[in-house]
Design a protein around this ligand. Structure first.
Ligand code: PLP
Length: 387
């Protein structure tokens, strides 16, 4: 029938996270579901965008990214992590890190290839794997530390493994992968001649002295790592849709081709503003992390008092919680109750697992929100009672 969806499109549902935002708007709920800040972006970054438009930076940038932004991306990565990056041959600017991820998977995976994904995972990775025709193999991260069993990981690598997706600091768990864990992953990647695809979009949002170790900085890994990042989280501009992929030249060539035919390019004036943003002084990043640490300290006790069992995050701006203490064992039912009757929107845990059962007693809160928003969430959660 001509009106049917493709088999690929039929194999995944629409985003639960974005659906929760729509429900939050419908019910006038405090939205602690989707990970976007409700506070202003830095003044100087917004000013740079205004100036770029006023200066008529209004036409297509070079498809793989404006030179000023690519230079800034390469310089920042090298300065922070000591990994040299050639902005001419190793950087592709995309429409958000979302496009960087799908363009990368389409560029490096063939149908039938296997891609290893840690679970719970950021929900996009499932559909991304399907769209690229690859077979995802999941390795569990287990609370309280969200660590993985090295034996599980070794078993997940097969002769068909082409890549492993790592997200550190991690959404939804708040885990920051340690150097030891990353070293073990790197050894397996090297032994299987595979690729590491690392989503490092929360690299600056770290707590309690946690340190971000980029996979590309480990010995032998720069040649086989695609590092994905973007402006969304670090500069509080999730709606600008500017992201990038750093990869060795051969892979970058493939990523650039896919990117060109997917979107041509990211918004030119916002790329210009990105170049300024990436040159902000160190203090900007330490202030950002400190502000998120305060928000974490604000929300976590509220959740504990409300009856949630809380897994304290080490990085990113989410907290995974267990709802069994509140008498619920169905995360979707609970999230609906919470948004409709209590007026707080969260993301059901099942959206982060291949088998929904695995997340049926969890929900995720986002705390990238103003004090007033968190205060209002506290007032509303005060009404929550165990069933
Ligand atoms: C782990 C992770 N990667 C990527 C994204 C999307 O980022 P972008 O706005 O750059 O597409 C998000 C947003 O929540 C995320 O949590």
């Amino acid at each position: 029938m001509s009106t049917r969806a493709s088999q690929k499109a039929a194999r995944f549902t629409e985003s639960v996270i974005r659906e929760m935002t729509r429900l939050a708007n419908l019910h006038g709920a405090v939205n602690l579901s989707q990970g976007f800040p409700d506070f202003p972006a830095p003044v100087e970054v917004k000013q740079a965008a205004r100036e770029a438009i006023a200066g008529d930076v209004n036409q297509y940038a070079i498809t793989w990214g404006a030179k000023t932004l690519r230079d800034a991306i390469a310089r920042k990565f090298q300065q922070l992590y000591g990994v040299p990056v050639d902005p001419e041959r190793e950087v592709t600017v995309t429409c958000g890190s979302t496009e960087a991820m799908i363009a990368t998977l389409l560029a490096v995976l063939d149908p039938g290839d296997e891609v290893i994904v840690f679970e719970p995972f950021y929900e996009n990775y499932g559909p991304d794997a399907i769209l690229s025709g690859a077979i995802p193999r999941f390795v569990k991260l287990r609370p309280p530390l969200w660590s993985f069993d090295p034996e599980d990981l070794k078993r997940a690598f097969t002769e068909k493994t082409r890549a492993i997706v790592i997200n550190t600091p991690n959404n939804p768990t708040g885990k920051v992968f340690t150097r030891e864990e990353l070293t073990l992953i790197a050894e397996l990647v090297l032994a299987h001649d595979a690729l590491a695809i690392t989503d490092e979009i929360y690299e600056h949002i770290l707590y309690d002295g946690a340190v971000h170790v980029p996979m590309a900085a480990l010995p032998g890994m720069a040649e086989r790592t695609i590092t994905i990042n973007g402006m969304s989280k670090t500069y509080s501009v999730t709606g600008w849709r500017v992201g990038w992929a750093i990869a060795p030249p051969l892979l970058t060539g493939a990523i650039r081709k896919v990117h060109d035919f997917l979107t041509v390019g990211a918004a030119a004036p916002l790329q210009q503003a990105g170049a300024l943003a990436l040159a902000l002084p160190e203090a900007y990043y330490s202030d950002l992390a400190a502000a998120y640490a305060r928000r974490r300290e604000r929300l976590l006790p509220v959740l504990e008092r409300a009856g949630f069992r809380v897994h304290r995050p080490n990085g990113a701006y989410y907290v995974m919680t267990e709802i069994d203490g509140l008498g619920w064992d169905d995360d979707v039912e609970f999230a609906r109750y919470l948004v409709e009757k209590i007026g707080v929107a969260v993301v059901p845990g099942s959206s982060f697992y291949a088998d929904p059962k695995d997340g049926s007693r969890q929900v995720r809160f986002a705390f990238c929100k103003r004090d007033e928003t968190l205060d209002e969430a506290e007032r509303r959660l005060f009404k929550l009672r165990p069933r």
